[in-house]
Write a protein that binds this ligand. Structure first.
Ligand code: TXA
Ligand code: MG
Length: 341
């Protein structure tokens, strides 16, 4: 049985307490954050964390992010907290930034996928913070999707993937950012961007200067990637996604050509792009700017997939600001099938 708690209007502490009790009882609770929905469990309880991996079908060496509600909790999890961590947290927490630090012994290897480091963030969402506070536990939470599916930005997405399989889903409406947090490894010098996300790299550089970018961020994932998450196929819908990159006009022209070609071959085609593509079997107007596009990205992938199309043509955007995170997800979804025009 899964309890779905509606909390779209305002935080209801009575209901939060119900969900917090599940966390204390080593059960799973899905909850909204400002990025995507998370599938949460007590981060320091091995049995609870194992349930996350089981429910998601997640490979055991893909580590989880631990969510905290106040800065001091970082000292329960990290063995060392360098000055850069304090500066970044001061500036960007609560917010879509995850910091990788050396882990304390108390953090089980189950949570860190066997690594000596731990990923920590403070989410910028009242419900998430209330749940962490009320359960009085740091909460490990990957995105609340079955491994390999697009991340959930609506409670409906979590219901689709986990109804009947977890204890509780808190519905807080649509998530504000729509792509996951930015992951930065602070155990290397200079720090290294492991995953682009809701906080643009440019913002981080303004505060701490040089940041290296892991090669898997823009290109094909390489084997033995630093963030183990990068070596698995991610965000992939059932349909084959193809990214079309280039000048807007050229891209639009190419998409229209491709729609015709696919139709001739009786292949059902969906489009996610800025503007309307009525000729397609299904289309999702993805938005005018990078914020809108980030917010709509995963929903578009899920909806187009549900519409039963065989191919999804996706318009590429520039890889700066939130565009870096958007393109990272899109290229992965496409298995790196990219047409440049
Ligand atoms: O926005 C988010 O980050 C969402 C919400 C729920 O907070 N969570 C999320 O978790 O996206 P997940 O599990 O889907 O992605 C966690 C990422 C993975 O790429 C993983 O490899 C990386 O963080 N990661 C976690 N711990 C790490 C570590 N110790 N070293 C390197 N990478 C780590
Ligand atoms: Mg994920």
């Amino acid at each position: 049985m899964t309890i779905v708690i509606n909390m779209r209007e305002k935080v209801d502490w009575k209901k939060i307490k119900v969900a917090a009790r599940f966390i204390k009882e080593s059960k799973l609770v899905a909850f909204p954050t400002e990025t995507v929905y998370g599938l949460g469990a007590d981060a320091l309880n091995e049995d609870a964390v194992r349930k996350i991996f089981q429910a998601k079908g997640r490979p055991p060496d893909n580590p989880l992010i631990i969510h905290i509600a106040n800065f001091e909790q970082i000292y329960e999890l990290a063995r060392e907290v360098p000055e850069t961590a304090k500066i970044l947290a001061q500036r960007f927490w609560p917010g879509p930034l995850t910091l990788v630090l050396p882990k304390k012994d108390e953090v089980p290897y189950v949570t860190t996928g066997g690594l000596e480091t731990v990923a920590i963030r403070m989410p910028d969402h009242e419900i998430a913070l209330a749940l962490i506070q009320s359960s009085d536990r740091p909460i490990a939470a990957p995105s609340a999707n079955i491994s390999g599916k697009p991340s959930p930005t609506l409670a409906e997405h979590v219901v689709d993937d986990f109804y009947g399989k977890i204890e509780c889903i808190i519905d807080g409406g649509e998530t504000k950012i729509g792509v996951e947090s930015t992951v930065v490894d602070l155990t290397t010098h200079p720090p290294m961007l492991l995953r682009p996300g809701g906080l643009p790299l440019e913002e981080i550089k303004k505060v701490i200067g040089k940041v290296n970018v892991h090669p898997a961020v823009k290109g094909k994932p390489i084997k033995l990637a630093k963030a183990p998450g990068m070596k698995y196929k991610h965000y992939a819908p059932e349909a084959q996604v193809i990214v079309i990159e280039g000048e807007r006009e050229q891209v639009t022209k190419k998409i229209k050509e491709l729609i015709k070609e696919y139709k001739k071959q009786k292949i059902r085609v969906g489009v996610m792009a800025t503007g309307d593509f009525y000729e397609a079997d299904a289309y999702f107007n993805i938005g005018e700017n990078e914020e809108e596009i980030a917010r709509n990205l995963f929903k578009a992938l899920r909806e187009l997939d549900k519409s039963g199309v065989n191919v999804i043509l996706a318009e590429g955007i520039e890889e700066r600001g939130l565009g870096l995170a958007v393109m990272n997800r899109l290229k992965k979804a496409a298995g790196y099938r990219i047409i440049k025009v």
